[in-house]
Design a binder for this molecule. Structure first.
Ligand code: PLP
Length: 407
């Protein structure tokens, strides 16, 4: 028999969403006629927009022709598509603050987070926001970078958990944070819905530079920022090019959760302590573990990042943000304090003094609405429940009505 990987054995309590699935199933076994509405998982519901589908169709048909066929991206035609995509990401997404050769296209930001663990290995120390999107902690556990699990504190010994609460506007108090090699920051944040301001990110960049740390900035929800003046990318901040990597994706704004297209940006200035280029090693990791994003997804992305595609993305984002407003207003109308939901598709609802799994269960059983318990994202998520705005507006309205009638 083969010995189990002890790092995988350290993972705590399965994954949050399977547990939610188990509880949903249990409810449906008790009440088979219950019509559950999910405001839990952040999965997109709206179909791909017209221009993107046209872009896909046109190129996919060519795959069936001798002239239009492409395989791995080392042939000239495939390279030309990839170059076109990178140049659109650089120009139309980043307003040229990033150069195309600093963009490595992938199949999404979560897989890139996974591969980043190979880039840094198990010898790095990490800091995460608490609460946080689970991949940063679970991936670090899997690679063996987190030390032992402490069952008293219910945390890993070698992770620096940076509490994000309403007292610090859900952004870490860096004056209290320990120095680590890597600092994971997500803005707009999943789950709290908070968006870091320019001042907060300046402080973060200064902190990282002072400590020779690298920030891993997850910008998967940047397109949901509506208010002017809020940074959509860490690279809008002076000095970030020497201390940050950014992961991003078309999953949420363009509905590419199934199509799969994302990217990671590693600026040329980013170096390891021996002076070697981080970007060069990232290329090596990607070349070894990944064989390029699907050519089909790339064609969809080229269409999505055209002028028409981008205006369709705006419409889609507006649709979800209308949902966010309905949820936020509905909860506030019930006297529930909420955060987020203005520049992010997540509403972070406070239930002080209550356990978040109890609130989840109460909402599930009374209103047949599925949410995500805050504690699943970390200790500081206790007492909160996350509502996701990804859904059909008719379902969102019905869910809010049920909350109003049953809570
Ligand atoms: N980053 C954050 C913060 C997310 O919430 C998600 C998905 O929910 C992802 C990354 C994953 O995105 P992708 O579909 O690009 O892998």
């Amino acid at each position: 028999m083969v010995k189990r990987n002890e790092n995988i054995a350290k993972l705590q309590a399965g994954y949050l969403f399977p547990e939610i699935g188990r509880r949903k199933k249990a409810l449906l076994e008790k009440e088979p006629d219950a019509k559950l509405i999910s405001l839990g998982i952040g999965n997109t519901t709206e179909p791909l927009s017209t221009h993107i589908v046209e872009g896909l169709n046109k190129e996919v048909t060519k795959l069936g022709t001798p002239e239009g066929y492409t395989g791995y991206d080392d042939d000239a035609q495939a390279q030309a598509f990839l170059d076109k995509l990178k140049s659109r990401i650089s120009k139309n997404w980043y307003n040229d603050i990033i150069s195309p050769d600093e963009i490595i296209v992938s199949d999404g930001s979560k897989p890139d987070c996974g591969r980043l663990f190979f880039l840094f290995g198990s010898d790095v120390s990490i800091a995460v926001q608490d609460p946080a999107y689970p991949v940063y902690v679970d991936g670090s556990v899997m690679i063996g970078a987190t030390g032992k699990y402490n069952s008293d504190t219910e945390e890993f010994n070698d992770i620096e958990y940076m509490r994000c609460t309403s007292e610090n506007d859900f952004f870490p108090d860096l004056s209290k944070a320990k120095r680590t090699d890597l600092i994971y920051i997500c803005s707009p944040n999943n789950p709290t819905g908070a968006v870091a301001t320019k001042e907060q990110l300046k402080e973060l960049v200064n902190f990282a530079k002072k400590n020779s740390s690298i920030i891993i900035f997850d910008a998967a929800y940047s397109e949901f920022i509506k208010e002017k003046g809020l940074p959509r990318s860490i690279f809008e901040i002076e000095g970030a090019r020497e201390c940050a990597i950014e992961v991003s994706s078309l999953s949420k704004p363009a509905g590419f959760t199934g199509v799969r297209l994302g990217w990671t940006i590693v600026p040329k200035e980013l170096k390891f302590d021996d002076g070697e280029s981080v970007g060069k090693d990232w290329q090596r990791v990607m070349g070894t573990l990944f064989n390029g994003s699907s050519n089909i997804a790339q064609w969809g992305a080229i269409a999505a990042l055209s002028e028409t595609g981008l205006s369709e993305i705006k419409e889609k984002v507006n649709y979800y943000m209308e949902n966010a407003k309905i949820i936020k207003d509905g909860l506030e109308g019930l006297g529930i304090k909420t955060f987020g939901g203005v520049n992010s598709p997540y509403i972070w609802a406070a239930f002080p003094g209550k356990k978040s799994w109890d609130v989840f269960e109460e909402i599930l059983t009374k209103a047949h609405v599925v949410t995500t318990p805050g504690a699943g994202f970390g200790k500081a998520g206790e007492g909160f429940v996350r509502f996701s705005a990804f859904g059909k507006t008719s379902d969102i309205k019905e869910a809010v009505k049920r909350l109003q009638e049953n809570l």
